[in-house]
Design a protein around this ligand. Sequence first.
Ligand SMILES: [Fe+2]
Length: 540
Amino acid sequence: MGLWDALLRDQYVGLAPWVWVQLESNQSPGPFPFVGGVAPEVVASLHEAHSLFLACVETAISDVFSRRATLGDPQTRVRMEDAYAELVNSRQQLSQHITARRQSDGQFLWAHPFDPTKSATVVNTGLRIFNAVKRQAIPVPFERPMGPLVGKLLGMLDGTQQAGAIRTIVTTAGREGERLLTKLMELFVQYECLTPTTQSSVRNQWLQQTKDRDTVHLGHAALLYRQRDHFLLFDPWLLPWFAESNVPSLWVSLLPKPAAIFLTHDHDDHVDPRTLLHVPKDVPIVIPSRRNRKKFYYDYLPLLRELGFSHIIELAHGESWNFDGGAVVSVPFYGEDPCDLEMPRNCYLVTDRGQNVLVHADSGPTNSGRSAIQEGVIQQLVQKYGPLSLVLASQQQLQEIRSYAAHAPLSHPGQWLDVGENGYLTNRYLDELCAIAQARLFVSYATGGADWYPDHLSFMFSQRNPARTALLTAHWEPPEKLKDLLAHHDCRYHRAQALDVFRSVGDGSVQVLSAAEVLTPLPLYRVDHGDPSFMTRGGR
Ligand SMILES: [Fe+2]
């Protein structure tokens, strides 16, 4: 029996939420995939110099811990710079890209060329299908680059499309495309990855359980804002079932199709290629704009095109993505930048018929004290749009030796022993933010908030590992103290859990409700599909 005989034309065909696909490349993505503004070969040299020098940096750190050196000794920096220059100048492959030398006036010169047209792109040469229930990983090589076509097909397999429409996508993909997509669909059938059903009611469930202008937390930094009968999705980092934990998770097919997706900044927990590969590709995706770049930028365009997106909107600070009754406004994002690369990043304001929600994400004061408060950004938003009744922000307080920050190789080696903020949001800063915003509810988010996230990451906190949380946050200000500060200006504090709903009420305050009972992943899946196959067969 052929593939299209096995799938009835009017059946809704989606991938089971415990099945996902990842694109793969047989070329090394290099040290900083998609970082733009500098040629990849220059980045490779900077990275190699940092790697080769790291043992020296660690010795310098050990000297401080063993109390043989003092913190802040200016000679340490001088010795570091000179040793780095010696290393670079002893290797032609490094010195051809990096200038490092002590000048006659005693100043240390460190430089490398920039090129605004260059970035480190990745082209995929295959994919792998993962089935977490069957514990299978099935590789499928490509004969030529096919990432965008795969992304388009996967976006159709969110459970909202009937077999007839999927067949059309496959059969109109060109000769090689049709061959690959047919093979992919056949593998999905062969390995029991599809969940055909006669109805598709996830969207209706969401419409019934939420109200116009609700903001729903989906876990970590993912938010869903309901705008009339549309849904706007922010920073989706969703997980397939059993990918990182043993609990069913919120995955793409359990959410309503968004009207638009908004990405705040270039961190893996905010730009997750696996999630983005599986979302529908006719959805516009809004990203920070290269017009806001200084030198470096994150080159979203080749990444998103490779995943199959074709409607990509760069929203520069101050610009709006308009909808009926309001807009999503791009707001400057500061900080979370230990090495001061100043890549373009966005916070977002959702201004909707007199209600304002600030998606502040991980933004905060920079190493030099610049922030949305200090530069008057929040004040201007309030002047223009009115009080920002709901503010969602990270509460992390990370400071780290720059040498260990992700982008350290791209920063001045003389500063590698300095400490940089990596999202340092003190109670005082957040209190001031909420006071100026005239917020009525502060929501602490983007540090976990669901059991399906990996629990080993330094920015992820949960009840599951209190000792680890205690170690990581031992020297942080107590988060509950912020609650007392906020109370002075009639603002409530809430720490977000997945499926919390934030809803404005008549007096200008914002209520916190939970949709965890009604939109929790397993019951939501059951509405259209009944018990998952692994439960009925006792398979897992
Ligand atoms: Fe971040």
